[in-house]
Design a binder for this molecule. Structure first.
Ligand SMILES: [Zn+2]
Length: 144
């Protein structure tokens, strides 16, 4: 498991998810060619609160300019930070990830606060990787 599939901090995504609650939030960290991760808030096109739908134009631009990696973050409001069956279907094409090198983070919120973050990478299927401390939301790399 490579920790370089994830940004060193989720602070911007956590703040964005809490600001947009009770709607689900969606955002992305893009790893540039120099290895720096850049945060971008994405539009949630879904009409309901407990769903998200990417904006096709925003996503197409990200696919064109994926750089060294993309980490897509979305929130589950009053739900666990676990990929749903719908998430798995949305982020899988055939037997591969939606785009090569994509990683996923799900943020779990309770009463408007992010209380859990889980990372996923694609290895035959989407698998959970223990990268984040559930309380501090810091990468384990920061704790060593
Ligand atoms: Zn989800």
């Amino acid at each position: 498991m490579t920790s370089s599939a994830f940004p060193p901090s989720l602070a911007e995504a956590v703040a964005d998810a809490e600001a947009r609650a009770p709607r689900e939030a969606v955002s992305v960290y893009r790893c540039a060619d120099d290895g720096a991760w850049h945060f971008q808030r994405l539009t949630n096109r879904a009409a309901g609160e407990l769903a998200f739908e990417l904006d096709a134009l925003e996503w197409a631009a990200l696919e064109r300019d994926a750089g060294r990696g993309l980490c897509l973050v979305h929130s589950h409001v009053d739900g666990p930070a676990v990929l749903s069956a719908k998430d798995v279907a949305a982020f899988t094409v055939g037997t591969g990830p939606l785009i090569p090198g994509l990683s996923l983070v799900v943020l779990g919120l309770q009463r408007g606060r992010v209380v859990e973050a889980r990372g996923y990478v694609f290895a035959q299927q989407w698998v959970h990787v223990e990268l984040f401390d559930t309380f501090s939301l810091q990468s384990h790399r920061d704790l060593h």
